[in-house]
Design a protein around this ligand. Sequence first.
Ligand SMILES: CC(C)(COP(=O)(O)OP(=O)(O)OC[C@H]1O[C@@H](n2cnc3c(N)ncnc32)[C@H](O)[C@@H]1OP(=O)(O)O)[C@@H](O)C(=O)NCCC(=O)NCCS
Length: 416
Amino acid sequence: MSNNNNNNKDSKLNALENSKQLMSLLKHLKVQEQNHAFWDTQPVPKLDQVIEKNGPIETKTLDDVRKEPLSLPPQFEWSTIDVNDHAQLMDVYTLLNENYVEDDDNMFRFDYSVAFLKWALQPPGYLKQWHIGVRVKDNKKMVGFISAIPATVVVDKTENIKMVEINFLCVHKKLREKRLAPVLIKEITRLVNLENIWQAAYTAGIVLPKPVATCRYYHRSLNPKKLVEVGFSQIPANITMSLLIKLHKVPEATKHAFRPLEKKDVPSATLLVQKYLSKYSLAPTFDEHEIWHWFAPLKNVMDCQVLTDAQGNVTDLFSFYTLPSSIINHPKHKNLKAAFSFYNVATSIPVAELMQDALTVAKNNEFDVFNCLDIFENNQFIKDLKFAPGDGNLQYYLYNYSTPTKKSADIGLVLL
Ligand SMILES: CC(C)(COP(=O)(O)OP(=O)(O)OC[C@H]1O[C@@H](n2cnc3c(N)ncnc32)[C@H](O)[C@@H]1OP(=O)(O)O)[C@@H](O)C(=O)NCCC(=O)NCCS
């Protein structure tokens, strides 16, 4: 009887999984068939274009760039955000907290913290005018946001391109499907072009013309009971909760003597990360200032730990950022605490041991789940460390730069 039940459950789960996959396939096919009234006007490759060479799609000069802001509908106005002003930063936080990315079933919504936003928006060389909001003229309520930060990205190991990373595109739920997003994208493009920068990198869950790479999220349960309670994961057939918990136990102490990154580590950590990133076909370069900005441990934002050799040089490094999600309408749990894998380099130990220790640190800091993409050499540990595939894909894009499509394992860039 119980076997039968389990078989039924199995086939139901399989059918559910198959229909989910089918739905997602149909959704993607639908997107591919769609005309893109906005993106078809932009310097990005067409979805069916086969690309063989690297290079910009269009070349413009400063004279070609419009000097005035794009027009908005009359009830709205542009607002440059000073993220060092707490009230303005709170406006951005609140817009994102209430309206930013949700999963397909609208159960979870990213909840980037105030400290995270301040950090993510102000790397070395950031420009205040690249943090732009849209407000309602009457009451100044923020209803839209987009940002750019400077980055140097190397494409196919040779092309060193000064570009921006675009992030935090958000339109208030009540103003969706009114073509506000293209206005935000065109305005940030104009402001970036005014600084003589013509390329951008960005990621999205949806398929647009045209992904450089299609990557997948993987999730490692650290608190399986809560993940099941909130509907983030399901108990597989044939398994009890106590077995599920046992299966996902991680060692209480790290195997290796990792310690938090310190300022004195910056020169050797920079060399280590630079050498590591040079293996990938789409990867940033970081100078010492950028390494310290992005990797310095910051409570509830960035964890980075290292091993050093006898000379004090960093030989191994793991890092992850803190990005909780609000749990929408759950009677018991309000937040899911997620760690997102950032950059990891293992030279004196196997990468699986490095990541095992990262999981231990995350577990000891009460993270519920540890996420990573199938980029870098992550496939070397994903299975053994019991990461499970997520529902959706993350697409990587370049603006005004065509390059042959890449495999996820060729990607060495993490966007927050
Ligand atoms: C993404 C978001 C700003 C789009 O706004 P919208 O009101 O749904 O769409 P609009 O009517 O303003 O604009 C539609 C156009 O924007 C494009 N678009 C939608 N989401 C996009 C994205 N994430 N990146 C780039 N372009 C996007 C659409 O493809 C469409 O252009 P097309 O006709 O050429 O295909 C909005 O849905 C939102 O805030 N979602 C939650 C946060 C989020 O997902 N942000 C993006 C993170 S990558």
